[in-house]
Design a protein around this ligand. Structure first.
Ligand code: NOJ
Length: 604
């Protein structure tokens, strides 16, 4: 691939490449106090109140997880009306005001586009389910039963398993019209039939509705699942103990995926100056990915890659989400460095993220969330993320190092996510109380449940962490550590006297630094150093003209480690450390890093 040619991503500056995107999970972000809706559920006015806060952190784009009308079976990823706002969040005019407020702060709003499926409460599906002759019947994927079992129960058309419903079929039976419909995530989320051109036109219409309102683009939910193998074959049996099997190979980047994406680009996206990021699970092949995010692809700007998110998964059997393995630093280095280099080589573009609403907290997963090391780990990850190439995504609470909630929380009451609830209920069916199997399931929840990212944002040490008024009940329990882990404490942290920045202050400074030296950090080349070192993650980021060159060195252990700077790298000054405000050390050929310390050296 030619990285020097004029169309290369790395030589073409764009606002959406340099932007810092902040993901808001609206239910858990902030409840407005000056409207009547202070009910423990975050809302759009609450987000608006925090725009100056986000500006101060260095955010350019706010991405909202879905706020559309929804029965909330999957927290809004089950949309019942794409053009209205769920009353829990507010109204369309609240969103208009949010867009204007962001604009006044030179910021933008990005929406979540969930068009692989709708809620079963969407009027399109209600109409589709009315009868086999409904004009909208073919807007969804209906199939007759394969047959009936000995008890007279209909047998689904194939053996695909639901993604969020532990060990359930991906097909849901419709008694009234005696057919199955495809529901890949939960039975309440119905797959749209993109083979029907009317569906595609309806999706374009939704997109234009929001773009005309002033949003700057979309994060596209499981967008690479929109084209399915139309023969709907059985999936191979990976887990013989389960009736249903993962079928992703038959609906990921399916036969017409690129055709559909080109259509979307030609008919909608090319007419606006947008940011687009695809959530594209299950695809790892660079050639395939580049068809979507290459500089001449005319599909999407970038896509989330999940290799590092799946580092703890055991991939050999069935649903790997609920499995856990130890991993080595070299594996994480390999994944992150690999995508840095590969995207440059293939002229694609990276979306950099360590957290989102579907993953446990990064400080709990990648570093160490004990009281002793949480802050160090969070700052180390801030240094990592702000020095990697691509568009940077920050998830709410990451900027204060929020961590997973404790093991002691009762799985029967404190986990709210449909995926966790299904997993826990299934585990209880399989393993009696007091068994090792059930204890293991509980550990898996504590390590991997999506709920950990969804606890209310910790604004202050006030009741409910300042997320809502004292007499309201937050929809999810606030993490017990909010009195020490919160925005207010960290913003007011007396760094001058402490000689160290809080996690929040470090993020703010690191974002500023990234923007100042964007030629190196956003667009520059990436060279990994000392690849086989299991304790140290080190790399060099250098601008195309060679004028800016930065050395990043991170100690990924709980003890001090000495590291020898390679002889061909000339550090002219150590600029910052995650653990002290004073520049770290005089230039020497080796440097000693304290536990979870990261340093940045200037090599110009
Ligand atoms: C991915 C979203 O991020 C997740 O939260 C949701 O459950 C599924 N897609 C289904 O929409």
């Amino acid at each position: 691939m030619c990285t020097m040619c004029p169309k290369s991503h790395y030589s073409t500056p764009k606002w959406w490449k340099e932007a810092v995107v902040y993901q808001v999970y609206p239910a858990s972000f902030n409840c407005s106090t000056h409207t009547s809706k202070t009910n423990g559920w975050g809302d759009v006015t609450g987000i608006m109140d925090k725009v100056p806060y986000l500006k101060g952190l260095g955010v350019d784009i706010v991405w909202l997880s879905p706020i559309y009308t929804s029965p909330q079976i999957d927290m809004g990823y089950d949309i019942a009306d794409y053009k209205s706002i769920d009353p829990r969040y507010g109204s369309l005019s609240d969103v208009d005001l949010l867009i204007r407020t962001l604009r006044d702060h030179d910021m933008k709003l990005m929406m979540d586009l969930v068009v692989n499926h709708t809620s079963d409460q969407h009027s399109w599906f209600v109409e589709s389910a009315r009868s086999k002759d409904s004009p909208k019947r073919d807007w969804y994927i209906w199939r007759p039963a394969k047959g009936f079992d000995d008890d007279g129960n209909p047998v689904p058309p194939n053996n695909w398993a639901q993604i969020l419903g532990d060990a359930l079929s991906a097909w849901t039976w419709h008694e009234e019209t005696q057919e199955f419909y495809l529901t890949l995530h939960t039975s309440a989320q119905v797959e749209l039939n993109w083979e029907n051109p009317e569906v595609i036109v309806a999706v374009y219409d939704v997109m234009k509705f929001w773009l005309r309102r002033g949003v700057c683009g979309f994060r596209m939910d499981v967008i690479n699942l929109i084209s399915k193998d139309q023969s709907f074959p059985d999936a191979p049996i990976i887990d013989p103990s389960s009736k249903y099997q993962p079928g992703e190979q038959f609906y990921t980047n399916g036969p017409r995926f690129h055709e559909f994406m080109h259509g979307m680009y030609d008919n909608v996206l090319s007419k606006y100056d947008t940011i687009t990021v695809g959530e594209t699970p299950y695809v790892t092949d660079i050639e395939e990915i580049i068809k979507t995010v290459g500089s001449t692809a005319k599909e999407l700007n970038m896509a989330f890659n999940f290799d590092h998110m799946e580092i703890e998964d055991i991939k050999t059997k069935g649903d790997s989400k609920w499995s856990l393995r130890d991993w080595k630093l070299t594996e994480l280095k390999g994944i992150l460095s690999g995508w840095q280099k590969r995207m440059k080589q293939w002229d694609g573009w990276n979306a950099i993220f360590l957290e989102c609403h579907d993953q446990a907290r990064s400080v709990s997963r990648y570093t160490n969330d004990s009281d002793e090391f949480r802050e160090r780990g969070a700052k180390l990850l801030a240094l990592l993320e702000t020095t990697l190439g691509g568009t940077m995504f920050l998830y709410q609470g990451q900027e204060i190092g929020m961590r997973n909630f404790p093991f002691e929380w009762d799985p029967d009451t404190e986990y709210k996510d449909v995926e966790s609830v299904n997993f826990w209920n299934k585990s209880k069916e399989l393993h009696p109380v007091g068994t090792e199997g059930l204890a293991k399931a509980r550990t898996l929840l504590q390590k991997k449940a999506r709920d950990h990212a969804r606890t209310p944002m910790q604004w202050s040490a006030a009741p409910h962490a300042g997320f809502t008024v004292p007499d309201a009940t937050p929809w999810m329990r606030v993490n017990d550590d909010y009195k020490t882990v919160n925005v207010e404490t960290q913003m007011c942290f007396p760094w001058q006297s402490k000689g160290e920045l809080s996690v929040w202050q470090y993020w703010q400074q690191a974002i500023q630094h990234r923007k100042l030296y964007k030629d190196a950090f956003v667009y520059g080349g990436f060279e990994d150093l000392d690849y086989h070192n299991e304790k140290i993650f080190a790399y060099l980021r250098t601008s195309a003209d060679g004028k800016d060159s930065w050395l990043v060195v991170m100690n990924w252990t709980t003890s001090a480690v000495e590291w020898t700077v390679p002889s061909d790298i000339h550090v002219t000054r150590w600029v910052s450390s995650t653990l002290q405000t004073a520049p770290p050390v005089a230039i020497k050929s080796s440097i000693t890093l304290r536990a979870f310390e990261g340093v940045l050296g200037c090599c110009n």
